[in-house]
Design a protein around this ligand. Structure first.
Ligand code: GDP
Ligand code: MG
Length: 299
């Protein structure tokens, strides 16, 4: 039996459904899904393995026009690199988005050496006529690409897409052990869950100024002999004035954050969790290369 494997990279503007699609395809909770733009800042990898195949997916950060922060420049570099190491590119778009022939991304996709799939997502929201118009538009813009219509949320046509991807993958070995869902550690997902809760619970600039790092992750037993994971995480804020906001009056805000995060982490790990949160100030981490490296924005 021949074995197929390869790297499938998912790109597209923020909020078109890239993370939802990856979750639909990999079937596990992998990346943050929220309505706020630019929340998936990392390049997250999900791995789908079968007896005779392995697909390594990555979900790239949104494409950002104006690189004003170093962080955004790092994101644009990630988008660039996504074209370089892919076996297949999945370009996700949603009805209503405007792209022209001159768009740099369209140009990049049309000159891509690897197969490109254009995925018109969220078709559960549009009529057949509208869909037909979108298909025709993309067929004209990217004549070499495979155009597919899907609903990542409702998993319409996603199984079929997976089959097509498998057919287009080159012959190759498994790059990762077959039982490994992802090459990042559970603690990475834990930090993403904490960040997701910060996004849900705090307003304005706080969510975008906070980075969560899990610095201790220990599996143990409770006194009654039940499995428990003891987690310690640090929340870094970019300014001193943000620390009291994060903590809240009498620690109420961070207590709520801790509780909500713990519940989600317990669901994700399917184990009892004890979670301890600390807050630290790191002035202007978003413009500091060393911290960007530490937080995984730069390689
Ligand atoms: P990303 O920024 O590209 O990763 O987008 P997300 O996966 O985070 O999705 C953004 C929003 O679009 C979320 O509210 C999703 O629930 C929603 N969404 C994603 N796929 C679909 C879809 O097929 N249909 C509908 N109606 N909503 C979708
Ligand atoms: Mg996303």
């Amino acid at each position: 039996m021949e074995h197929r494997s390869g790297f499938v990279n998912i790109i597209g503007r923020p909020n078109v459904g890239k993370s939802t699609l990856m979750n639909a395809l990999v079937g596990e909770r992998m990346s943050i899904i929220t309505n706020k733009p630019q929340t998936t800042r990392h390049r997250i990898i999900g791995i789908l393995s079968g007896d005779d195949f392995q697909i390594v997916f990555s979900d790239t950060p949104g494409l950002i026009g104006d690189p004003s922060y170093k962080m955004q420049k790092a994101m644009n570099r990630a988008v660039q690199s996504t074209f370089e190491d892919a076996d297949i590119m999945l370009f996700v778009t949603e009805p209503g988005e405007k792209y022209s022939e001159e768009d740099p991304l369209v140009a990049k996709l049309s000159s891509s050496e690897v197969p490109v799939f254009v995925l018109i997502n969220k078709i559960d929201r549009i009529s057949e006529d509208e869909l037909k118009r979108h298909r025709e538009k993309w067929e004209a813009l990217l004549p070499k690409a495979e155009i597919r219509s899907i609903s990542a949320l409702k998993k319409w046509n996603t199984e079929k897409l997976l089959e097509d991807l498998l057919n287009r993958l080159p012959e190759g070995p498994a790059y990762y052990p077959k039982d490994q869902l992802t090459d990042r550690y559970e603690r990475f997902f834990v930090s993403e869950i904490i960040r997701e809760k910060v996004l849900e619970l705090y307003k304005q600039e706080i969510p975008y100024s906070v980075e969560a790092i899990v610095n201790s992750f220990k599996e143990g037993k409770t006194r009654e002999g039940k499995a428990i994971v003891r987690i310690e995480a640090v929340l870094f804020v970019a300014r001193k004035s943000q620390k009291p906001i994060l903590i809240g009056k009498n620690g109420q805000a961070i207590k709520k954050l801790g509780m909500e995060a713990r519940k989600s982490i317990e669901q994700f790990l399917e184990k009892k969790v004890h979670l301890e949160l600390h807050v630290k100030v790191r002035e202007n981490w978003r413009d500091d290369e060393q911290y960007l490296k530490q937080f995984g924005y730069l390689e």
